[in-house]
Ligand binder design. Structure first.
Ligand code: FPP
Length: 241
């Protein structure tokens, strides 16, 4: 039973017996959600933050231990500057709220990705959020300026810098941003596209996938539980029989 369970909040009977320990999410479809309503794309991102809060809470309540979300990719810089600035400001402001919630709920926050090119104040906030929550048990990883290829290059370069001349799979895994939390069991992507978009490509080797047409701001408990049930039905063999 998860730490947030309360009688009114969730009907635990609806959950399958087997749950993923680590769920990763590609939160896609904010822009289309807004467009459908005649709103600016930015309104979709604001609504996306609310959905993020609800879904993360639902995951931990259900008993999931680690959630990793894709908030801003290394490719998202290609968007119009006004949208990039809006998303970064939204994430920056949300960090303050998020750290308070995490402290209350026993969640350790980690920001994954290359933070070095972000504004100094935002970097400071990220470092502080991680330090303040470092003693907590559940894990929330927020990918900001994250790209899987860049992450793998970063891992390899750090091994080379340490003088390694032969590199094993375990070496690379140990230098990924996600090293402390391990690989995801289930990857959910909303918004109808069937691709990874440079997200956790190394870590996804044996993950189960759940793709849905539901746009991120519309994603709710019913969708999440559907993903959990599909996961529970899968027999994971990890290459064996
Ligand atoms: C994907 O939709 C969303 C993003 C790239 C923006 C980041 C996500 C949020 C603001 C949600 C909240 C996250 C946190 C961590 C607080 P899109 O813009 O690609 O949508 P489209 O495919 O419809 O254009």
């Amino acid at each position: 039973m998860g730490i947030f369970s309360s009688k009114n909040h969730l009907n635990e009977n609806m959950l399958p017996e087997t749950l993923p320990g680590h769920v990763a999410i590609i939160m896609d479809g904010n822009g289309r959600w807004a467009k459908k309503r005649g709103l600016p794309r930015t309104a979709g991102h604001s609504k996306g933050v609310k959905t993020f809060e609800d879904v993360v809470e639902m995951c931990f309540t259900a008993g999931v231990n680690t959630v990793t979300v894709y908030a801003f990719s290394t490719e998202n810089w290609k968007r119009p500057d006004s949208e990039v600035q809006y998303i970064l400001k939204l994430l920056d402001e949300y960090l303050d709220i998020c750290v308070e919630k995490c402290l209350k709920k026993g969640i350790r926050m980690r920001i994954i990705g290359d933070r070095s090119i972000l504004p100094a104040e935002m970097i400071q906030k990220m470092n502080d959020s991680e330090e303040k929550t470092a003693h907590l048990h559940y894990n929330l990883n927020v990918a900001i300026n994250y790209g899987s290829r860049a992450e793998i290059c970063h891992a390899v370069n750090s091994l080379i810098a340490d003088g390694k001349t032969e590199i094993t799979e375990a070496d690379i895994s140990s230098r990924l941003y996600t090293a402390p939390v391990g690989d995801p069991d289930l990857i959910i992507r909303t918004g109808g596209e069937i691709r990874l978009s440079n997200y956790l490509m190394w870590q996804a080797s044996y993950a189960e996938f759940y793709f849905t047409d539901t746009l991120w701001p519309d994603f709710g408990k019913k969708d999440l539980y559907k993903a959990f049930h599909k996961f529970a039905k899968t027999h994971r063999r990890f290459g064996g029989l």
